[in-house]
Design a protein around this ligand. Structure first.
Ligand code: SF4
Length: 276
């Protein structure tokens, strides 16, 4: 079918949902919206509607276009890849139920890529800054080898409960997107990495590298750039207590700064021939 004769899937009898979808070929390319109509299905979510559009990518004004590109994998809020702005609010497209988004009358749902990450194409973004931030705080446990080292140190139930919640982060980037301190061209580390530093510093084996993680939160783009807007905690799909994590790690950074001052003073005294 050529472009001129393509038919938009319009019916006057079936209820439809209209999607305005941001189209952009790359990070530095101009963008625009394309509009599509999808038959309403009870229980549908945004990803299932995007799949519907993919099957017949004809706009409401009858143009056959390339299907919109988006990231999605697990479709159950585990992989974290389908975060996008839906009617101006960042959320996971897989758990965004159409019924909950639309009101009465002709519903229009606007889909845009997250704006704090470079656009890869259409709704898909490059979330490398999230992974660079995790590297900065060494968000992992170093291993001594792959041989059996026996059971690890015991953890209290209270610590385990906190750590379990922190471990549910899916690196979706929603907290970064909602943070007013983050811009496309700055390097603020963001709430997710701060919270992961807390998680791995609580781990009995991870404590060995606790200071390195705390130091990872210091310096340009570090935790001190947090403006305490608290948007992160409001949008986190996993309801991770991000503001608590930021407060906890802020205290750790302050302690480290004080320790550094005393060590520096001690070193200066030693250099001057004093007792240190
Ligand atoms: S902390 Fe929450 S919002 Fe931020 S990346 Fe993890 S799951 Fe997503």
């Amino acid at each position: 079918m050529d472009n001129a004769t393509a038919q938009a899937p319009v019916s006057t009898t079936t209820k439809h949902v209209t999607f305005r979808i941001w189209r952009q070929d790359g990070p530095d390319k101009p963008g625009h919206f394309d509009e599509f109509r999808v038959p309403y299905n009870k229980g549908a979510n945004v990803i299932s509607c995007l799949m519907e559009i993919q099957r017949n990518p004809v706009t409401t004004d009858g143009r056959r276009v390339s299907p919109a590109i988006y990231d999605a994998a697990c479709l159950e809020e585990v992989c974290g890849s389908c975060a996008m702005n839906i009617n101006g609010r960042v959320r996971m497209a897989c758990s965004a139920l159409i019924d909950r988004i639309i009101g009465d009358g002709e519903p229009i749902i606007t889909l845009e890529p997250m704006k704090k990450f470079p656009v890869a194409r259409d709704l898909a973004v490059d979330r490398s800054r999230m992974f660079e931030a995790l590297k900065r705080v060494k968000a992992w446990i170093n291993i001594d080898g792959t041989h059996n080292l026996g059971p690890g140190p015991r953890q209290s139930q209270a610590d385990h409960t906190v750590m379990y919640k922190l471990s549910t982060c899916i690196t979706c980037g929603s907290c970064v997107e909602a943070c007013p301190q983050v811009t496309l061209d700055n390097d603020f580390i963001g709430a997710a990495a701060i919270s992961q530093a807390r998680l791995f510093n609580m781990n009995p084996a991870g404590k060995m590298n606790a200071e390195e993680r705390v130091r990872g939160l210091m310096g340009p783009g570090g935790i001190q750039d947090c403006g305490k807007a608290q948007n992160c905690v409001k949008v986190c799909p996993k309801e991770i207590p991000l503001t608590t994590s930021i407060a906890v790690m802020n205290r750790e950074v302050t302690k480290q700064v004080i320790k550094d001052i005393f060590f520096d003073l001690g070193d200066e005294k030693k250099a001057a021939g004093g007792p240190g």
